[in-house]
Design a protein around this ligand. Structure first.
Ligand code: 5GP
Length: 178
């Protein structure tokens, strides 16, 4: 379908199922060769990354585990920064090779915060697998070790990504029409 109506907005088809599959397989191929014998722990970031994480680990052929974290709604605010609480981190990360699985990095503020927080758990290593990056919006400097693709600075839905909670079930990526 060329257009999708999600809630009250119209989105145009942007990235096909086939392209997504290729990109996910490419990331899995790299992880399969980089993590031989390392028993990595994938850490998916909810909600958006649940579909990417599910497809990614099924393309990973080495022994691995997966867990999920989520930023709860705001637990406090200061004048300049919003403080969010990270929930779901029950796994023992100490000494583990952690691969964070994220759907999209926009400004990078959320991920920068998560990566810093993970260091407190003394993992053996932390790498980031991210499906999409918006380079024009990115204001941080962390490295995306396994990047699916760069996209323009537009709002996208589908494949786990939502607009106001809707559209996550779309199997392809759609871009907001202006
Ligand atoms: P950041 O902190 O990098 O600015 O924002 C990251 C989060 O914002 C992502 O994890 C995602 O939940 C949300 N986000 C950023 N860009 C988009 C987008 O184009 N579409 C959707 N659905 N969510 C986005």
């Amino acid at each position: 379908m060329e257009f999708e109506e999600v809630k009250d907005k119209v989105f145009r088809r942007f990235i096909s199922r086939n392209q997504i599959d290729q990109v996910v397989q490419g990331i899995a191929d790299q992880i399969n060769s980089d993590y031989q014998g390392k028993n990595p722990l994938f850490l998916g970031v909810l909600n958006g990354a649940f579909i990417f994480a599910a497809d990614l680990i099924r393309a990973v052929m080495i022994p691995c585990q997966i867990s999920f974290v989520k930023y709860a709604s705001y637990v406090g605010t200061t004048s300049t920064t919003e403080v969010k609480e990270l929930i779901g981190l029950n796994e023992e990360l100490n000494g583990r090779h952690v691969i964070v699985v994220e759907d999209i990095v926009d400004s990078g503020i959320t991920m920068d915060h998560l990566l810093k927080e993970l260091k407190n758990y003394t993992p053996a290593s932390v790498k980031l697998a991210c499906l999409f990056l918006k380079p024009e919006a990115f204001v941080k400097s962390f490295r995306i070790d396994y990047l699916g693709m760069e996209i323009p600075n537009a709002f996208v839905v589908g494949y786990g990504l939502d607009y106001d909670g809707y559209g996550r079930n779309l199997t392809e990526i759609f871009k907001l029409e202006n």
